[in-house]
Design a protein around this ligand. Structure first.
Ligand code: ARG
Length: 460
């Protein structure tokens, strides 16, 4: 059934309905749709458009639809979209009074309202799961104590870094995602209800009142923009894709770390999979799918940006294509965040193996060069001297420590640099991988996590 038969001599073709219907997708929005209708009806009463008794009938019909849908007694079918379905059911319940529900409203401001309500609560849900993962990383950092591993650039061993520093690096990326979600939330928190089809209404609607009823921070400024704007969907898709990219980088690392060649981590059985053929295999599928599913997240963002590109003002049916990518990205990232959190919090990290890899002598080359700098050697010359020592060590198979001890500008004074753990002991810059800097960083991280926890709990 459609809401617009009046002007048409025949009903819609099956092909039209099959191609254009959105009920199969937007039925997920039924709660937001009813919530929006309740506020709209309250607004019509304040505006003096509906009588108290009409309002009572409509509100009770809407509540009835709500409980029928909760119980599964009303399962919309054959309607064009969720708005048509709810209005049809209200009219079945309330007769002619039900036919007053859509007064002063269009599905254009209605769907924009539903979507904003949905995105607001999704952003809070995803923020909660993102924060939970940041907390896991904070806990892993704390549990790692003084353990260190090689830090890599170009996937080549570069410098020893504290495991805590490494874990927190991923944690800070997630805190930026939380910040982006808070920011997207702020721009989503604007009510479009009362914009009508595109140009407002001749009825004395109350957009400020309905905005407040729905818990929006403010209402639209421009009715054309209100029904056209889907920036909040695009922004959300971008943030979700960015979280996915962060998870894919963690995933890639876990894939590498869990190889026998690296052996830095052993995944818990409950968070690993086996092979149907090779009895000995234990595979890091969560990590791989965190990497793999990020393709969809980026694809959803790209697809929707292309949908928006070139659309003239104001509402165009193309905008209906906002739902599938959004719903898919929210579901995908929610599952991924929970799986990665479980995988990481149950994993065992092999600190001895990490230390062994990090104690490889060449990783202190920069520290030796900086030792020379402090003695007045220009950096480029110091770089050359130490590079020569490393080359010599490789070519003549002599330990770096021996060459350092024998070197006139380095000597016994530089012995501590080459000793195991020397690189960590000597690091001193703020934000760097030295012990003091990392404990300071840990304090700041925990403080940020606490602030985010409070912000999210206030919204939950
Ligand atoms: N299903 C539509 C959407 O998701 C609802 C709005 C339809 N508006 C219209 N004028 N056909 O965008």
């Amino acid at each position: 059934m459609t809401l617009w038969q009046g002007r048409f001599s025949t009903g819609p073709s099956d092909e039209l309905m099959a191609f254009t219907e959105s009920l199969s997708i937007d039925r997920q929005l039924w709660k937001q749709d009813i919530q929006g209708s309740l506020a709209h009806v309250a607004g019509l009463e304040v505006a003096g458009i509906l009588s108290e008794s009409d309002v009572a009938v409509l509100i009770s019909a809407l509540h009835q639809v709500e409980s029928e849908m909760t119980r599964g007694d009303f399962i919309p079918e054959g309607d064009e979209d969720i708005h048509s379905a709810v209005e049809r059911r209200v009219t079945e319940i309330a007769g002619d009074i039900g036919a007053k529900l859509h007064t002063g409203r269009s599905r254009n401001d209605q769907i924009a309202t539903d979507m904003r309500l949905f995105v607001k609560s999704a952003l809070v849900g995803v923020s909660n799961d993102t924060l939970a993962l940041a907390e896991v990383l904070g806990d892993l950092a704390e549990a790692a104590g003084d353990a260190y591993l090689p830090g890599y650039t170009h996937t080549q061993r570069a410098q020893p870094v504290l495991v805590a520093h490494h874990m927190l690096a991923h944690g800070w990326a997630l805190l930026r995602d939380l910040d982006r979600m808070a920011d997207a939330y702020r721009r989503t928190d604007v009510s479009p209800l009362g914009a009508g089809a595109l140009g407002g209404s001749t009825l004395p609607l109350q957009p400020d009142f309905v905005a407040a009823q729905l818990g929006f921070g403010s209402r639209f400024q421009n009715s054309l923009d209100a029904v056209s704007d889907r920036d909040f969907v695009a922004e959300t898709l971008f943030v979700l894709a960015t979280i996915g990219i962060h998870l894919s980088r963690i995933g890639e690392e876990i894939v590498i770390w869990s190889t026998e060649e690296f052996g830095f981590v052993r995944l818990d059985d409950a968070y690993s999979t086996g092979s149907s053929m090779l009895p000995h295999k234990k595979n890091p599928d969560i990590a791989e799918l965190a990497r793999g599913k990020t393709g969809r997240l980026v694809g959803n963002l790209t697809a929707f940006l292309v949908t928006l590109k070139g659309l003239p003002l104001s509402y165009n049916r193309d905008l209906q294509e906002d739902k599938e990518p959004l719903f898919d990205s929210i579901k995908t990232i929610t599952l991924a965040l929970k799986a990665i959190s479980g995988m990481l919090s149950s994993a065992s990290f092999d600190f001895a193996r990490m230390r062994q890899a990090a104690d490889s002598e060449a990783l202190v080359a920069i520290d030796l060069a900086e030792f020379l700098v402090l003695k007045g050697v220009p950096f480029r010359r110091a770089h050359g001297i130490v590079g020569g020592i490393v080359r010599d060590s490789i070519e003549r198979r002599v330990p770096v420590a021996e060459l350092v001890a024998a070197h006139p500008q380095l000597g016994p004074e530089a012995a501590d640099i080459v000793a195991p753990g020397g690189a960590i002991r000597r690091r001193m810059t703020p934000g760097g991988s030295g012990k003091e800097a990392v404990s300071e960083q840990m304090r700041d991280f925990k403080e940020r996590v606490g602030l985010e926890r409070k912000r999210i709990n206030d919204l939950l």
